[in-house]
Design a protein around this ligand. Structure first.
Ligand code: UN1
Length: 513
């Protein structure tokens, strides 16, 4: 086991990574559980060997979660919020170690690793406030001496399938809200990043235990696709929240839909920034470069396309080319580097294949890509961020490649820019850079961006937790984290109460006996 990992696990009081703290929510108890070796994309070293859950393990976890739900839902929401507050405190205490682990296991820069933990802390704070709200409405009844209102009850077990790129933050968006709502959670993290999940599970479990809450409110199941399939088909799991590729989301949605369960999908993006002739180009540059190379282009909100006005096209292209020459690529734990590796060799293969496809379709690379070799890049997962001039209709441009490939597209009118921005199957995030009110408001209007997120003078990535996060079209339509996203974790009940001495029927219907 690598030194970084053993130090961090020691700090977090984790003695055995193959135990989620206590038996009730342990995923790998079957003697026939397979073991998977995990390697860091930063240095290629083996991080750990993690047990993979079997179907029997999964079943035991669901039973423990179902049992825990019966008690958890009886605890008043503000008291549940108090426990989430304590989890937030523990995340604060362990921010440095957890952020380092995220960075080492996933490969994002240390700053972004810390940012991811901060995102968890922020959603804890949000959820604590929410635990004293969870408001329903009251309505006026059409009948005399009647009262109508609605209330929200917990759903039960929430299954959370998360991706490698935000190995812990996306879980926390779901888990913290679900917990204050009175639900219990079963988390299936990406099998590419199980250690950060194990660390968070230990932190949450320590807090639940200290508050004498029975096992099963926070469950972790590390396993392969089969576990996700079991969850999607399981009628004991009323809500499945899944983050990942559109292909995966379609499969989850079909399985959950077939049993009329609820799914919350946060799938691929193909995010563009429109840079108009009225943009502040220096500001636009920071937004564009961070959006494209941050997390090595592996955010679902990463900037994949720049749609640039013809009058500023050449000038902005030159700025980009200069900026890309300054980007330092290497060990993400070294804070001098802007960009770390891709997650694994498969991702590198996909990146290289996408560059070839782009060239075959006529793409003109103004900054060349390629794999990086040499001692500093020994894991084999480091690549160069690159930029290509393309047409929006190219197949490769229509497709989300999880890598730092940035496409440049030219436009003449704002209407054309919006059409290009919307002219892809995905609809997650979008942005416009302009100091012109008309352009900004057109972009935000009903005739503007068709995405779930539309920003002005901000890049496409780095959303705050306070807003609802998600997108339209092939992005799946789900909304997580802030605003009223909590409602999906609860069931709404409409209550009408008659305190009169008669029983009048609605719609004035007469029915006398
Ligand atoms: C994701 O890539 O799945 O807006 C989530 C952002 C982050 C979350 C990204 N706050 O870029």
């Amino acid at each position: 086991m690598s030194l970084i990992i053993s130090d961090i696990l020691h700090h977090l009081h984790i003695n055995n990574i193959n135990e989620a703290f206590s038996t009730g929510s342990n995923w790998g108890s079957s003697p026939d559980a397979a073991v998977k070796d995990i390697f860091s994309p930063t240095d290629g070293k083996k991080i750990a060997s993690v047990k993979m859950a079997t179907a029997t393990d999964y079943n035991a976890v669901v039973e423990s979660a179902a049992k825990a739900f019966k008690t958890w839902r009886t605890i008043p929401a503000p008291k549940r919020g108090e426990i989430v507050r304590q989890i937030g405190e523990q995340l604060r205490v362990n921010k440095k170690e957890l952020g380092t682990l995220v960075s080492y296991e996933m490969g994002k820069s240390l700053q972004e690793g810390y940012g991811e933990v901060q995102e968890m802390i922020d959603i804890c704070d949000f959820a604590v406030g929410l635990s004293r709200q969870l408001y329903g409405l009251t309505m006026h009844s059409e009948r005399p001496e009647h009262r109508m209102y609605e209330q929200y009850h917990p759903l039960g077990i929430v299954g959370v399938i998360s991706a490698f790129n935000f190995p812990v933050a996306v879980w926390s968006w779901n888990a913290m809200l679900a917990w204050v709502c009175g639900d219990v959670c079963i988390w299936k993290p990406s099998e590419k990043t199980p250690l950060t999940a194990i660390a968070c599970q230990h932190i949450a479990q320590t807090v639940f235990k200290a508050n004498n809450i029975e096992d099963g409110v926070s469950c972790l199941v590390i396993g392969d696709r089969e576990i996700g399939e079991l969850m999607a088909n399981d009628t004991r799991v009323p809500l499945v929240s899944a983050t990942g590729s559109t292909r995966m989301g379609k499969a989850v949605s079909a399985a959950v839909g077939a049993r009329l369960g609820k799914s919350l999908l946060e799938l691929g993006g193909n995010n563009a920034i429109i840079i108009t002739e009225n943009a502040d180009l220096d500001m636009s540059l920071i937004g564009a470069v961070f959006g494209a190379v941050g997390t090595a282009g592996q955010r679902c909100t990463s900037t994949r396309r720049l749609i640039i006005h013809e009058h500023v096209y050449e000038a902005f292209k030159q700025k980009l080319v200069n900026a890309y020459q300054q980007i330092k690529i290497g060990d993400p734990l070294n804070e001098n580097n802007h960009m770390g590796p891709l997650i694994d060799q498969d991702a590198v293969t996909l990146y290289l294949a996408s560059i070839e496809k782009c060239k075959a379709e006529g793409g003109n690379f103004v900054v060349e890509g390629g794999k990086l070799d040499g001692d500093a890049y020994s894991s084999g997962c480091y690549v160069k961020p690159c930029i290509a001039e393309v047409e929006n209709h190219y197949q490769i441009v229509q497709h989300e490649t999880f890598a730092p490939i940035l496409y440049l597209i030219k436009f003449k009118t704002i209407e054309e820019a919006i059409e290009l921005q919307n002219g892809v199957p995905q609809g997650l995030s979008s942005a416009i850079m302009t100091q012109n009110l008309r352009e900004a408001e057109t972009f935000l209007s009903y005739a503007g961006s068709d995405c779930g997120i539309a920003n002005v003078n901000i890049g496409t990535s780095g959303a705050e937790i306070g807003g609802a996060f998600g997108g339209e079209k092939e992005t799946g339509g789900g909304r997580e984290s802030g605003s009223d996203a909590w409602k999906v974790y609860m069931r709404r009940q409409t209550n009408t109460i008659n305190y009169s001495k008669t029983l009048p029927l609605a719609q004035g219907i007469k029915f006398d006996l």
